[in-house]
Structure formats: structure tokens, C-alpha cells
Design a protein around this ligand. Structure first.
Ligand code: GDP
Length: 200
């Protein structure tokens, strides 16, 4: 499960514009500021890679990164901008849903969830939507290195609450991994997990 080589392939505006070479892929999804770019950078250990997707105009696109010439990491637009208009949010959902429903090579969605804050409705909604549509997912909890903020709960407590809320209306239990882009926690576990899913 080593990452030897990473190459930015393309940005696509629609699912049908995505690469057509049938390589397996993992889509990385989460609220803006969840730590998506940091996690992608930590995974591939290259600062410049995920930064590409932060360039103006590229944030609303599906960005494909080819790893070891054999599988893709796909950076999807973040959701839940507090200031986004209703129209912008609708655009996000139809655009991203189009990708999920039409991408046969999708192995699993890595749903990033910030473990330093209590469960957020938008993340629960997203997990439930993916679950209802039978899209395989793994919960990747980010920022697990963060100590509790004043009055807040610890990452492990937030994670337990999130899992409990998911179990209330969702029958299967997705795999989950605790990560930190600061300490490197979970990096190897996540890479191993992805290699197991690819070979499944
Ligand atoms: P994105 O908007 O989801 O791509 O999020 P970024 O990767 O840009 O990270 C958002 C903020 O969270 C930045 O200030 C990061 O430094 C911080 N951050 C990201 N990952 C971690 C982490 O694992 N631990 C801590 N403590 N902070 C993180």
C-alpha cells in the first residue's frame, strides 16, 4: 500500500467528463475546512498535489489524481459553506450526486468528518444519503490530534456520538478510521484499507 508516484490527471465539471480508463477510485468528500487538502497531502506526502484543487475555479470540480499509475484519489468539492446560497447548495448536490450515481469505477467514498466538533447535521445527512443510495463509504475522522476546546468534547467522544446517531437510522456500519494530518495518525491504516478494498 505504498504511494510511490502521484500525478494530477484532470479536473472535470461533470461525471461524464471524468477519466475513462476504468481504474478503481476513491472519492474524498467532506465539509469545507474538514481537513481534506491536508489529508490528501498527508496521504501522498506531496505538498503541491492537493493544492492544485484549491486554485480558484478548481474547487467546484472533480479532481482526479492517479496513484502509482493504477488507482485514483478523487477530490470532490467540499459541501456546507455557511455562506453559500440555497442555489449554490443545490448545485453542489445535483453535481456531486450525478457523480456518485454514474461512476461505476467508484470503490468507496471516504467521508471526512471533523472529530474536533460535535456531530454536524450536514455530515449526518450526507452519510445517510450515501447509505440510502448504497454507495460504499468509510468514515475518516480528521483532526483527531486536537485536544478538547473549552467546554467541548474530546475527539473520541465526538466520534462515539456520531456513530450512535448514524446507527439510529442506518443499518450497516461503515468502517471508520481516526486520522490526523498533523501527527500522521491513521495514514498507513487508511492506505492499507484502500488497498484491501481495491483487491476485494
Ligand atoms: P479543506 O478545506 O477541507 O481542504 O481543509 P484544509 O486541509 O485546508 O484544513 C482546514 C484547516 O484545518 C487548516 O487550518 C488546517 O491546518 C487544519 N487541519 C487540517 N487537518 C488537521 C489535523 O489533522 N489536525 C489539526 N489540528 N488541524 C488540521
Amino acid at each position: 500500500s505504498r504511494v510511490k508516484e502521484v500525478e494530477f490527471v484532470k479536473s472535470s465539471g461533470r461525471a461524464r467528463d471524468c477519466p475513462k480508463d476504468n481504474k478503481p477510485e476513491f472519492a474524498i468528500l467532506g465539509r469545507s475546512n474538514v481537513g481534506k487538502s491536508s489529508l490528501i497531502n498527508a496521504l501522498v506526502r506531496k505538498k503541491e498535489v492537493a493544492l492544485t484543487s484549491k486554485k480558484p475555479g478548481k474547487t467546484q470540480l472533480i479532481n482526479h489524481f492517479l496513484v502509482n499509475k493504477s488507482w485514483y484519489i478523487v477530490d470532490l468539492p467540499g459541501y456546507g459553506f455557511a455562506k453559500a446560497s440555497e442555489t449554490a447548495r443545490m448545485d453542489w448536490s445535483s453535481f456531486t450526486k450525478g457523480y456518485f450515481m454514474n461512476r461505476d469505477t467508484l470503490v468507496a467514498v471516504l467521508l471526512l468528518i471533523d472529530a474536533s466538533v460535535p456531530p454536524q447535521k450536514i455530515d449526518l445527512d450526507c452519510a445517510n444519503w450515501l447509505g440510502r443510495n448504497n454507495i460504499p463509504m468509510t468514515f475518516v475522522f480528521t483532526k483527531c490530534d486536537k485536544m478538547k476546546v473549552s467546554k467541548g468534547k474530546r475527539p473520541d467522544e465526538n466520534i462515539r456520538e456520531f456513530q450512535q446517531l448514524i446507527r439510529q437510522n442506518y443499518k450497516v456500519h461503515p468502517s471508520w478510521i481516526m486520522t490526523s494530518s498533523v501527527t500522521g495518525l491513521g495514514r498507513d491504516e487508511l492506505l492499507l484499507h484502500m488497498s484491501q478494498l481495491r483487491n476485494y
